[in-house]
Design a protein around this ligand. Structure first.
Ligand code: SF4
Length: 380
């Protein structure tokens, strides 16, 4: 039988019903009228990648955004169907879809289920409705619990909840309450991110005008440590800097990124990495559609990865995982000794208490997780 590599597939849906105050993702409010042309363009994009993908079997698909659940379900079904026609998709492929609470009706969930989607990712962000309002989210915490119930009724058991800590005005008690709420709902995967205030967002502007004061680092770290300990006590082990899961529910798609497995990204602004070539798509919805109307792949940036790039990526992505990286895997991949190649950096980081080396394995310490960027720059 012909040998085929594993790959992941990312599908970007850039539409949102409104723009959240902290969001710098490639997402747009008020452009849903472009959805028909957008998905037609994506059908063409899939056809254009048929040849590139013939050496791969896709084991994970992630439909992200934006808010994929705001578009007509038929678009999602059509895209997945087309992927099945043109690409090889494994029988037990993990297929996730991102959604916002309040946008998941039982009918919609049934269509997702029939289309083969088996994992629902939902953004709760915070349990307190006043914080949700402050973040510019268009749902309440009740919408979240209702959507979880709808998802379960439709037969989904693999459900992720996204939450944010370090929100200005959020107390440690608010954060505890948010995590307790997720645990009480029996969620089996949680992604917990520290709020970063980015320049071109509403919060960025507010900060510049002095109308928003970011939380102190100390409180941010206290919240993070609370999450790591509390979630672990409740059966959701940390497996990556920001990700926690019950055993067997780790997100396989995100693991493909951290383990440097090839992936194809479809849609506006999507990134890909296939056979040591990294490339990304035109960011605007209109520009993306135009490329494909002209029969062209919508690629606007492309570069080849040299061996040194691949090794450094392997290190800083692999170290995001609590399991860390091993000399054995590094050797299998690059035919080089990890401990010789990075001898100086490893010693320096170990002396600073940022990593620990146990036998063949290198991983971040608790301090290393707090200061992960200091570790990663050592390998760039
Ligand atoms: S729903 Fe998500 S993608 Fe859309 S604006 Fe809010 S944070 Fe951004």
């Amino acid at each position: 039988m012909l040998y085929r590599d594993n790959a992941g597939l990312y599908i970007h849906v850039p539409f949102c019903s409104s723009k959240c105050n902290y969001c710098d993702f490639n997402s747009y409010a008020g452009k849903i009228n472009l959805a028909e042309d957008y998905f037609k363009a994506m059908i063409k994009e899939i056809e254009l990648y048929k040849e590139n993908m013939k050496d791969y079997i896709i084991h994970t698909i992630f439909i992200g955004g934006g808010t994929p659940s705001v578009v007509d379900v038929r678009y999602i079904s059509r895209i997945l169907e087309k992927c099945r026609t043109e690409f090889s998709i494994s029988d037990n492929c993990e297929i996730s879809i991102e959604s916002n609470p309040g946008t998941l009706s039982t009918e919609k969930l049934k269509v997702y289920k029939n289309a083969g989607i088996n994992r629902i990712s939902m953004g709760l962000q915070a349990q307190q409705d006043k914080l949700l309002k402050f973040l510019g989210r268009c749902h309440s915490h009740k919408d979240f619990s209702e959507s979880v119930k709808n998802a379960r009724d439709a037969g989904f058991e693999n459900i992720n909840g996204d939450v944010i800590f370090g929100i200005p005005g959020q107390t440690l008690d608010d954060w505890k309450e948010t995590l307790e709420y997720l645990i009480s709902l029996g969620i089996n995967h949680i992604s917990a991110y520290s709020l970063k205030i980015e320049e071109d967002t509403k919060f960025g502007v507010m900060q510049e005008e002095g109308a928003l004061v970011p939380v102190e680092d100390e409180l941010d770290r206290e919240m993070y440590h609370f999450a790591v300990d509390y979630l672990s006590k409740n059966g959701l082990k940390q497996y990556e800097i920001s990700n926690f899961a019950k055993e067997g529910y780790e997100c396989k798609h995100n693991l493909t990124y951290w383990k440097c497995v090839d992936y194809l990204g479809l849609g506006a602004g999507a990134h890909s990495c296939l056979k040591d070539i990294r490339f990304s798509n035109e960011v605007s919805i209109e520009g993306y559609i135009d490329y494909l109307k002209g029969g062209e792949k919508p690629v606007c940036e492309k570069f080849s990865l040299e061996l040194a790039d691949k090794m450094s990526e392997y290190m800083f992505l692999g170290l995001r995982l609590t399991k860390g990286v091993t000399g054995k895997e590094f050797f299998q991949r690059f035919n080089q000794d990890l401990f010789v190649k990075y001898n100086d950096s490893l010693k320096k980081l170990e002396n600073k208490g940022l990593i620990e080396i146990a036998g063949d394995c290198v991983k971040l310490t608790r301090l290393g997780f707090d200061l992960a960027n200091q570790v990663f720059v050592e390998f760039i």
